[in-house]
Design a protein around this ligand. Structure first.
Ligand code: SF4
Length: 675
């Protein structure tokens, strides 16, 4: 079938090929509109930006024209694993039988794959005598799995959580991977999946690998993605901050520790004698001194490196010693590399780290880059990030691929694409854009409630006055609530307050296990309340009454302490523009829309969104936020909200909604967590 607007419409029509092949396929006008817009971009060889609300079926909206056009490989890059899994495990098995020649490959980040070389090294040095019985059994299971696995995807080995410290020892980074010189290169899972991706017609990957490929940063593997005819950047609102990181640079105390660890594993027979070990100890000591340059008790913080050097008297010397010790070790190893391949690699790694420490420990001399340091509980990372990403995206992503589709549920601010287009470097006048409205009945199924009499969030009494108001609403909805906070400080206070009250439902809080486990518990106990921050603002996909009350503590303006954001705001001001209007508001709107998007995940969903921040109603910029939210019914008093909620629950329970929605069933339109 050719790829014309009519052919696309027929393919997605009520009695079209997709409807005949896919059970419960629900045709949507917005999906056809999106697919035809993508089709035109492919035809004209240009880029397109599409905001597609939840429930529009955007995955089929971009895949159908791409596969009908059959111009060559298609790369789909997502920000989250959830969406990647949704596309690969749910959408593609429905769509690909209609395109029999197309082979799809999922390419995850390298940290998801077993590195057989490092696994063997680790197993050879690990001391089982200090392990518990449980750890020994787990190790045996891991060794057994590693000898059997074909794909080497760590998700196959269920006894290894995302946070498990063993992961560092059995996976690779671009610094420690030996690439083609590795004795396990042929069997290497990451290498195998990379080769499969080179041959595939459709590659589902993540933003990081897409950008790393553009920045030529997959180290010894070289190019990892084929020359695709089209790239889809899904969840595209997340691309700019990651671009700033991937096209920048960084070095951490962890990397130094890993280098020393790998050196010690080699042993005396590989040339690691007393002299080398003494030098390695010196590097280790210098690394620890960098961490101790912060006053005791300080375990986190971010600051531009020049300001930090002035503020912390011990830091300049500690950074200088770190650099010198790494350089000396690299020199020593370099003198011993003859006939010792692994020593040569470590010398190279040491020199690379030394160079980065040398460069990133001083203020940047390039206005487009900011150098800053991040202090963690047991680490220090020096970063050099891009202040703006428009230039690199224009020179790489948009120059390399004929058609790039940027899509997400949250790209506009009050209906306008300007901020996103400027940020990614696309022309505001000539780039085609489209808003595909969500198909949900927001006015009848949702309520926006902003409590009338709270103080300004800057008022120190704010959080104390806020918590009882949150509690009132949560009692009215009998739980079934997600409470999203803009800071860990508010989350901690809320958690402590909720613990002092009596509730008829479980109260869960971030920090009680992994994100995945917490969401599973939240899903499994439908009346529970979950308090969370950070990553929970995105990708939480819980349907039915279980999440029918969503509370947001305040407007999510980003922290002005972030050194990269500060540098960006300074640049905007230098150009005579308002940093608040051009930077802070669009970022806060995107975040608010992502958070608010947790409420309606299916056409049968319903619920209350409470945004506690009084600036939504009182500040003159509040209307930008309101106009950016879906068209919800607005109520100003808790009693009215409670009555409305009671009514819609009664309707829902009377069978209006259907039981399937409560457990995540529903119609198929080819959409991920946000589309
Ligand atoms: S090529 Fe790299 S990732 Fe693969 S086994 Fe070797 S070191 Fe590990």
């Amino acid at each position: 079938m050719p790829m014309t607007p009519d052919a696309i419409a027929s393919f997605l029509a009520p009695k079209g090929p997709l409807a005949r092949a896919v059970a419960r396929f629900e045709p949507r006008a917005g999906q056809v509109d999106m697919a035809q817009t993508v089709g035109r971009a492919i035809e004209s060889g240009g880029h397109v930006v599409i905001e597609a609300g939840t429930g529009t079926g955007k995955t089929f909206g971009y895949l159908v024209p791409a596969l009908l056009a059959a111009r060559g490989p298609v790369v789909v890059a997502t920000a989250t694993r959830t969406l990647q899994d949704q596309i690969f495990e749910t959408d593609l098995p429905r769509l690909l039988p209609l395109f029999p020649g197309i082979k799809a490959v999922r390419l995850k980040g390298r940290a998801n794959y077993l590195c057989p070389f490092r696994m063997k090294q680790w197993v050879a040095t690990v001391d089982v005598r200090v392990m518990t019985l449980e750890e020994r059994l787990r190790l045996r299971g891991l060794i057994d799995w590693s000898s059997r696995t074909v794909e080497g995807d760590l998700a196959e080995f269920h006894d290894l959580s995302e946070e498990d410290p063993w992961r560092r020892s059995i996976t690779s980074t671009r610094e420690n991977c030996l690439g083609r010189e590795c004795p396990d290169f042929v069997e290497c899972p990451f290498n195998r999946v990379r080769l499969a991706a080179m041959e595939a017609g459709l590659i589902v990957t993540n933003h990081h690998l897409l950008l790393a490929d553009l920045a030529l940063k997959e180290g010894r593997f070289g190019q990892i993605l084929p020359e695709a005819a089209m790239v889809v950047v899904d969840e595209a609102h997340n691309l700019p901050p990651l671009t700033s990181v991937v096209f920048g640079d960084s070095v951490s105390t962890w990397q130094t520790r890993d280098l020393i660890g790998d050196l010690r594993k080699l042993g005396i027979e590989a040339g690691v004698d007393e002299v080398v070990l003494r030098e390695a100890d010196r590097v280790h000591q210098a690394t620890e001194e960098v961490i101790h340059a912060w006053p005791s008790g300080v375990e986190e913080g971010k600051e531009e490196i020049g300001l930090l050097r002035e503020r912390l008297p011990k830091l300049p010397e500690a950074l200088g010693d770190w650099h010198q010790a790494l350089s000396d070790l690299a020199d020593l190893l370099d003198r011993r590399k003859e006939g010792a391949e692994e020593i040569a690699k470590l010398a190279e790694r040491g020199q690379e780290l030394a160079d980065r420490v040398g460069s990133l420990s001083q203020s940047s001399t390039r206005p487009e880059v900011v150098h800053w340091a991040e202090r963690g509980a047991r680490s220090v990372i020096l970063h050099g990030h891009l202040v703006e990403v428009a230039g690199v995206l224009r020179q790489t992503l948009f120059a390399r691929y004929p058609t790039v589709v940027m899509t997400s549920a949250t790209l506009t601010t009050a209906g306008k694409f300007d901020h996103f287009l400027i940020t990614v470097g696309l022309d505001r006048e000539t780039t085609p854009t489209l808003v595909v409205p969500g198909s949900f009945d927001y006015p009848n199924r949702t309520v926006l409630y902003c409590p009338p009499d709270l103080p300004d969030p800057k008022d120190p009494r704010y959080i104390d006055q806020l918590l009882p108001r949150m509690g009132e609403l949560v009692r009215a909805t009998e739980g079934h609530a997600l409470l999203l906070f803009t800071s860990h400080r508010h989350l901690t206070k809320a958690r402590a307050w909720f613990e002092t009250q009596d509730w008829d439902f479980p109260v869960l809080a971030q920090g009680q296990g992994s994100r995945r486990a917490l969401l599973e518990r939240f899903r499994a106990t439908p009346e529970s309340v979950l308090l969370a921050t950070g990553s929970f603002w995105e990708g939480v996909d819980i349907q039915g009454r279980s999440l029918s009350c969503l509370i947001i503590d305040k407007l999510p303006f980003p922290s002005p302490d972030d050194p990269v954001l500060r540098a960006r705001m300074a640049q905007v001001k230098e150009r005579g523009r308002s940093d608040f209007v051009d930077v802070m508001i669009p970022l806060a709107v995107t975040q608010l829309r992502q958070g608010a998007g947790r409420l309606m995940r299916h056409s049968n969903d319903f619920g209350v969104l409470m945004i506690c921040d009084p600036r939504l109603r009182r500040a003159n910029y509040g209307r930008i936020f309101i106009e950016s939210l879906p068209p919800m019914k607005r109520l100003g008093h808790l009693a009215g909200v409670a009555r409305w909620y009671e009514g819609i629950v009664a309707e829902h329970e009377a069978g209006d909604a259907g039981s399937e929605a409560d457990r995540g069933g529903g119609d198929v339109a080819g959409g991920g967590p946000d589309g």
